[in-house]
Design a protein around this ligand. Structure first.
Ligand code: HEC
Ligand code: HEC
Length: 408
């Protein structure tokens, strides 16, 4: 199957090829399951289970990482002084450990004459809504004139997304818009490797590696300083107050002398080995829905599949994955969140992978959409043409398209 982004001349056939492959794979898997004789194939992983085909060592790393992911931190262990929750699983919980939840976080900033200021000196752009002491509690400062909510995203299959080579994502960038769709790669300086890489994690594609995101989340969601993010956040920028409240020496993320790994390494292992969400069987309805998904142009951003590059981990090596995203930033017009972050402008958002969408409601960056249908209707900017074509489908056709989304 081709990896190139659909173009008007050949995109249709390539995308159809992708769906055909998807349907055929599903069919073959069920046929194989029905084969008499030979050993029955292992059932595909459920939500929260590890990737199939891990070595026993990798499986042990997955389990150790999961322990850290669900562990509740305490102030004595480095939690805070300001934080959002005391464990990763507090937010990433549904429908299994590692998933999403309706919990969101708040970002703020100030726009003056079209220029965005993240108000770093006042504790921006991320608000920490809890503190180990009442007097450390942060507020959105009065100076802020942009406030945006960010919904928790699921982490299933992220190791496979990390294993997609930059070059594969870069192929999707268009020189001139097609149907109003352009796409921009989020080039970021990866704090883990020091390299300039294509960001692909987070609503703004603000991080390029799972290790970097683990470090970012450890500090910014839980207040745990680590080797990649060694400096505590001061409550609304008040350093004197921080010094008064912060009793634990930095970096707080301890290295296990037995393995040489810190918490962020172990958390990255866990996320890397987490299987993608399970799919539902292909039916006549989902097959028709796939056709409408293709016809109205959803695939110009929600690219059905990509292939991972070479990886020393065989479970991640050269795998075709059905993520339904180009991992690029798009100008989404009124759907943008107004926050400038990393390479992403105020209106630019990353196309979120749609796999597992049935289990990650509510939808969109701020959770404003309760249903998939509402999420589609809110598309704007580069997504307007596809949205308008969706609106022109009959209600039955729209239902089939949504039925398809629930099956991937
Ligand atoms: C307070 C809730 C909360 C906690 C606690 C939390 N997260 Fe998240 N997580 C989020 C939100 C919200 C996002 C989306 C953030 C964004 O893009 O701005 C996210 C996104 C992520 C992503 C990117 C996912 C993607 O699809 O691209 C990773 C990776 C991640 N979190 C890992 C972690 C880890 C590891 C921990 C624990 C150290 C953690 N998170 C703790 C809320 C939370
Ligand atoms: C221009 C690129 C583009 C096109 C075309 C596009 N989308 Fe999206 N889609 C996005 C982006 C970007 C977001 C996230 C926007 C946000 O939350 O601010 C998104 C979000 C979504 C979500 C919510 C996912 C979640 O986890 O919250 C769904 C569902 C969705 N799109 C389905 C569709 C369907 C169906 C079509 C075709 C009718 C479509 N999209 C066309 C870029 C696109």
């Amino acid at each position: 199957m081709s990896l190139t982004r659909p173009t008007p001349s050949n995109g249709h056939y390539k995308a159809v090829g992708a769906f055909a492959l998807f349907a055929a794979t599903t069919l073959l898997t069920s046929l194989a399951a029905a084969q008499p004789g030979g050993p029955p194939p292992p059932p595909p992983p459920k939500f929260g289970e590890p990737l199939p085909g891990l070595t026993s060592q990798q499986l042990a790393a997955f389990k150790a990482g999961k322990d850290d992911f669900v562990e509740r931190e305490t102030p004595g262990g480095g939690l805070g002084p300001i934080f959002n929750r005391d464990s990763c699983v507090a937010c990433h919980s549904g429908p299994a450990v590692g998933g999403a939840s309706p919990i969101n976080v708040t970002r703020f900033g100030k726009v003056t004459g079209g220029v965005f200021d993240p108000l770093t000196s006042l504790g921006g752009s991320l608000l920490q809504e809890r503190a180990i002491s009442q007097n450390g509690l942060e507020k959105v400062p009065a100076q802020a004139n942009v406030v945006a909510k960010r919904q928790t995203t699921p982490l299933f299959g992220l190791g496979l997304i990390e294993a997609i080579p930059d070059a594969v994502i870069l192929k999707g960038v268009r020189a001139t818009p097609v149907d109003g769709v352009l796409g921009k790669a989020s080039m970021v300086q990866d704090v883990a490797s020091g390299k300039s890489l294509v960001g692909r994690f987070g609503w703004k594609a603000q991080q390029a590696s799972l290790l970097a995101f683990a470090g970012d989340a450890y500090l910014n969601e839980m207040g745990i300083t680590n080797r990649l993010f060694p400096t505590e956040n001061a409550p609304n920028g008040n350093v004197a107050l921080l010094n008064q409240l912060d009793k634990v020496k930095d970096p707080e993320d301890a290295v296990d002398p037995a393995t040489g790994k810190a918490g962020i390494d172990v958390l990255a292992d866990y996320m890397r080995f987490l299987a993608p969400p399970p799919t539902r069987p292909v039916t006549a309805s989902t097959a028709f829905g796939a056709k409408f998904f293709l016809d109205v142009g959803c695939t110009s951003c929600h690219t059905p599949s990509m292939t991972t590059g070479p990886s020393p981990v065989s479970a991640l090596n050269n795998k075709s994955i059905f993520l339904y995203s180009d991992l690029l930033l798009h100008d989404m017009g009124s759907l943008g969140d107004g926050i400038v972050q990393g390479a992403a402008g105020a209106r630019e958002m990353k196309t979120p992978p749609l796999w597992g969408a049935a289990a990650s409601e509510p939808y969109l960056h701020d959770g404003r959409a309760r249903t998939l249908d509402e999420a589609i209707r809110a598309h704007d900017g580069e997504g307007r043409s596809a949205r308008d074509k969706y609106l022109k489908l009959t209600p039955d056709q729209q239902k089939l398209l949504v039925e398809f989304l629930k099956s991937i």
